[in-house]
Design a protein around this ligand. Structure first.
Ligand code: TYD
Ligand code: MG
Length: 379
């Protein structure tokens, strides 16, 4: 499955232990059941479930169109009994769904407690290292912390992947938090359909699909997610505050967004400090790339002055405290992606211009500071 392979850095290493974390209902069981179809072409898989009955797994597998022959399903929650079963069936791959439902007699506390989750993980880990069996663990991330989450296991396992996204949206992002065998900055994008998860090889088109045209308060940028450029829509709204101004930020680091709001207020004529400000990245994407700074500022400014940012224009650049626009990495790649999606113009950091290979058709508008950028967008 290319989107999963990408996040794992090419695939899973034999004998390694990979932890799949995510909120309940996000699609972890679906993903792991789906990959059995491919895995079973060369390997045998033991899928252990502590959450569902064997019959339920069968029904889901049928719905997902899984016809694998060497896929064995076991409904069991005792880690010791699971390993006994594994010693008999000798699977190449062991899937445990979920680690929070497992218990071992080694620990006295209830299943799902930190001690149990750790003790069971140790057992599966040891089994994997001794036999060369690859182990995939599913771990629920829960907000109230009643059961121990995958965080307590991060230091023990080889790879940790998190499934993110809004449950109500149909697409999901898989991100590596730790990978002993590869980089951790690649993401995989999937959509959840009737027949399971499907990889999305062009997430930009999806993220921009519902973008409003000629509406103030929205700006497109291109961020790097690992080696892949992804276009994202950023929206901003400034409303007059009643009482203390509040900031609501979705998809950006809160402190960084506050910094951008302060820069806009201090370095330009947009007096935003007394307003409530809302900033949102469309599609549940979380952006860490500072190259999105400029888009964040422009969309708030556009929301304030009521002038839409042209639909065929995007903005890339990191913004410093003096209002200067600093160079962005991989600009060539970002511009290529924008061009592919039909963008005609891009505001780019002037500092990038020297090294840029401008063979593309997209028109470049170099800007050294916010003043330049605001002028060319709004006048
Ligand atoms: P699931 O894999 O059970 O989540 P997790 O194991 O992370 O708790 O997936 C849960 C949701 O996905 C469930 O609400 C139904 C939905 N879903 C689909 O939309 N299509 C499908 O083909 C499948 C199997 C599930
Ligand atoms: Mg599940």
């Amino acid at each position: 499955m290319p989107e999963l392979d990408r996040v794992l850095g090419g695939g899973a290493v034999r004998g390694s232990l990979v932890l799949f974390g995510g909120a309940p209902g996000i699609g972890k069981s679906t993903l792991l059941l789906q990959i059995c179809q491919q895995l079973c072409q060369t390997d045998s898989v033991l899928y252990v479930t502590g959450e569902e009955s064997e019959k339920q797994i069968r029904m889901r597998a049928d719905r997902l169109g899984i016809t694998a022959e060497r896929l064995y399903v076991l409904a069991e929650t005792s880690a010791d009994d699971i390993l006994l079963a594994a010693e008999v069936s000798k699977p190449d791959i062991l899937i445990v769904d979920s680690i929070q439902t497992m218990y071992s007699d080694d620990a006295a506390s209830a299943a799902g407690s930190v001690a149990q989750v750790k003790a069971c993980t140790m057992k599966f880990m040891r089994y994997g290292k001794e036999t060369g069996c690859t182990v995939f663990l599913i771990g629920h991330v829960n907000k109230d912390g009643v059961i121990a989450g995958p965080k307590v296991l991060e230091h023990m396992v080889d790879c940790v992947l998190y499934f993110e996204g809004e449950k109500t949206m149909y697409y999901r992002i898989l991100r590596a938090a730790k990978n002993r065998f590869g980089s951790t900055n690649e993401i995989g994008v999937f959509e959840m359909l009737e027949d399971g998860l499907h990889g999305i090889s062009n997430p930009s088109a999806l993220l921009l699909a519902e973008r409003p045209v000629n509406a103030p308060g929205t700006c497109v940028t291109c961020v790097m997610e690992g080696s892949r450029p992804i276009l994202a829509e950023v929206q901003g709204l400034a409303a007059s505050a009643s009482g203390n101004p509040r900031r609501t930020v979705n998809g950006f680091d809160y402190a960084r967004a506050n910094m951008m709001i302060a820069i806009l207020d201090k370095r330009t004529a947009y007096k935003v400090s007394a307003n409530d400000v809302f900033i949102n990245v469309i599609g549940g994407l979380t952006i860490e790339d500072p190259g999105a700074d400029l888009a964040m500022i422009l969309c708030v400014a556009s929301g304030m002055n009521g002038k839409p940012i042209p639909a065929d224009l995007l903005a890339i650049g990191e913004v410093g405290l003096t209002g200067e626009i600093r160079s962005a990495s991989h600009l060539d790649q970002r511009l290529k992606e924008a061009e592919k999606l039909g963008f005609k113009r891009c505001i780019v950091p002037r500092a990038n211009m020297k090294k840029l290979r401008t063979d593309g058709k997209i028109e470049l508008i170099p800007a050294s500071n916010l003043f330049d950028a605001l002028k060319c967008v709004f006048s």
